[in-house]
Design a protein around this ligand. Structure first.
Ligand code: SAH
Ligand code: SF4
Ligand code: F3S
Length: 482
């Protein structure tokens, strides 16, 4: 891989990164004297979206670079780090619960370092709550200062004081951090950070800062490097990938990036997440259709099928625009698999407005849906809106939507019966001697096979089209369909 470039005004200065390298060397020395002849262990758990998982991989890279080994066993850990998510209240409650459980562990093991980071911590009121009510937490840092982890560790290890750092509100771009990838054949490549959309319900713009794009050639180089290492499924990540380099000329924007990574030699799939319907252009759908390595799967979150609700959500598209994009996409890519996110029970959503969501779902025929009940996030506009709909009614709507999607998914998978698909084999299935893999369209198929096939593409014929997890058998490559 060539030297990573960072030409953005959001670039962290090289001197700062050098300073962190000096801290890393100091931390390594301190750890060696504290744990003579052994490697201290870090337990890292990431909540939330793939963007956060990608951050977690950098955090693990930094921890490994200062001398930590990684463990999945909480009881064996010398450092516990939770990389948190703030998207819904439930996500936060889980974190508070799990942090609480660390108190007795710390009481037994005084040297244990407890660190919290990620989107949830980037909110002032959460950091304050940790400061006051969770005195056993040693380190809290926000989403913009991950690169300063060596310095934070040094201060915790040698300063004897708790460290809190939520600085850098607008965000930055840091290139060249070490990365410890979780997978050996699936990889995430962030192409942009932050979000400027301010959907009225969403906390992301507040906790992730302004939209900023990584350098085009740096991204292409990273994908080239991953492909050369044998990665088979590479996902380009951003909260709104369509606005990648939105103020740059066309040859630097997202459709051009897709074409550039598609030109990299090798047998691998390219995915991307998330596409915002406002900025999803015909150019993007054309690029998807033209590029043989780009998975024919489009995640295009609609959130609601009703125009008034979409306006209140500040989504900047309407039902007609969304459906015309879907029409164009199916026209260009007949076998396309489309998935979506939907929020049920947005403040003031009426039953009739919810029915519009059901009818849109029927029309689009999604492969699968991520459905959420609206959760008010402090600091967002929607959290202040009148929300008279009772909880029970929201649950009823939620169930109606998931039941509808289940029938649609069953119809879709029934149509796959007897056909052959290229599947990336991911892991052993629960049944002995069976494997689990995914089609390009992100549909899970299980089939009998040897563990040695994990991480390879196989042709699988569907023999039992269940709603979510299909069953199949190895097929003759000649009968490949998609
Ligand atoms: N950038 C992506 C979404 C990221 S968040 C996009 O715009 O599509 C993932 C999903 O969480 C959102 O699509 C939305 O459906 C859901 N979500 C976000 N905030 C929420 C909230 N306050 N309550 C319920 N669901 C929410
Ligand atoms: Fe949140 Fe909207 Fe940005 Fe997605 S586009 S991250 S939903 S503000
Ligand atoms: Fe959660 Fe932050 Fe992602 S709020 S969904 S981890 S950007």
């Amino acid at each position: 891989m060539t030297e990573s470039r960072n030409l953005s005004k959001f670039a962290v200065p090289a001197e700062e990164l050098e300073r962190q390298k000096e801290y890393a060397a100091l931390v390594e020395t301190v750890l060696q004297s504290r744990y003579p002849g052994e490697k201290p262990l870090a337990f890292v758990h990431t909540y939330g979206c793939q963007g956060n998982v990608a951050d977690g991989e950098k955090i693990k890279g930094i921890l490994a670079s200062v001398g930590f080994g990684l463990t999945d066993d909480l009881a064996a850990a010398d450092l516990v780090l939770y990389n948190t998510c703030a998207i819904r209240e439930h996500a936060q409650d889980r974190v508070f619960g799990n942090v609480g459980k660390l108190k007795p562990i710390k009481a037994q093991k005084r040297d244990l370092i407890i660190a919290l980071c990620g989107c949830m911590m980037q909110q002032e009121y959460v950091a304050e709550k940790i400061k006051k009510s969770y005195p056993f937490v040693d380190l809290v840092f926000g989403t913009h200062v991950i690169h300063k982890l060596p310095e934070f560790l040094y201060r915790v290890l040698c300063g004897g004081k708790r460290v809190f750092d939520l600085s850098g509100g607008d965000g930055n771009i840091v290139e060249g951090l070490p990365v410890r990838r979780d997978g050996t054949f699936k990889a995430f490549v962030p192409i942009m950070y932050g979000c400027d959309n301010f959907c009225s319900y969403c906390v992301v713009p507040y906790v992730r800062g302004r939209e900023r794009s990584r350098d085009f050639d740096t991204v292409v180089d990273e994908v080239r490097h991953l492909a050369a290492q044998g990665y088979k499924d590479i996902t380009l990540l951003g909260q709104n990938v369509n606005s990648y380099h939105k103020n740059e000329p066309a040859h630097l924007r997202f459709p051009a990036l897709l074409r550039a990574v598609n030109d990299i030699p090798g047998d691998f799939l390219i995915r991307f997440m998330t596409s915002h319907p406002r900025d999803c252009s015909k150019e993007l759908l054309d690029a998807m259709a033209d590029c043989d390595k780009v998975a024919k799967h489009l995640h295009l979150p609609v959130q609601s099928g009703n125009d008034r609700v979409l306006r209140e959500m500040n989504r900047h598209y309407d039902r007609a625009r969304y459906l015309s994009l879907i029409d164009y996409a199916y026209q260009k890519m007949p076998g396309l698999s489309i998935t979506s996110d939907i929020i049920v029970g947005f403040p003031g959503e009426t039953d009739a407005e919810f029915e519009d969501t059901l009818s849109l779902v029927k029309q689009v025929k999604y492969t699968s849906l991520f459905t959420f009940i609206f959760s008010p996030r402090p600091g967002t506009k929607a959290a202040l809106m009148d929300d008279p709909t009772p909880k029970e009614e929201k649950s009823r709507r939620f169930q109606a939507l998931t039941a509808l999607q289940e029938t649609i998914a069953a119809e879709r998978t029934a149509a796959m019966n007897g056909k052959t698909y290229r599947v990336l084999v991911e892991e052993p299935a629960k049944t002995d001697g069976w494997l689990s893999g995914r089609t390009e369209g992100n549909i899970i198929i299980e089939f009998p096979g040897d563990d040695g096939l994990i991480g390879t593409f196989q042709q699988v014929r569907v023999t039992e089209p269940r709603t979510w997890v299909l069953k199949g058998e190895p097929a003759d490559p000649a009968s490949f369909c998609m």
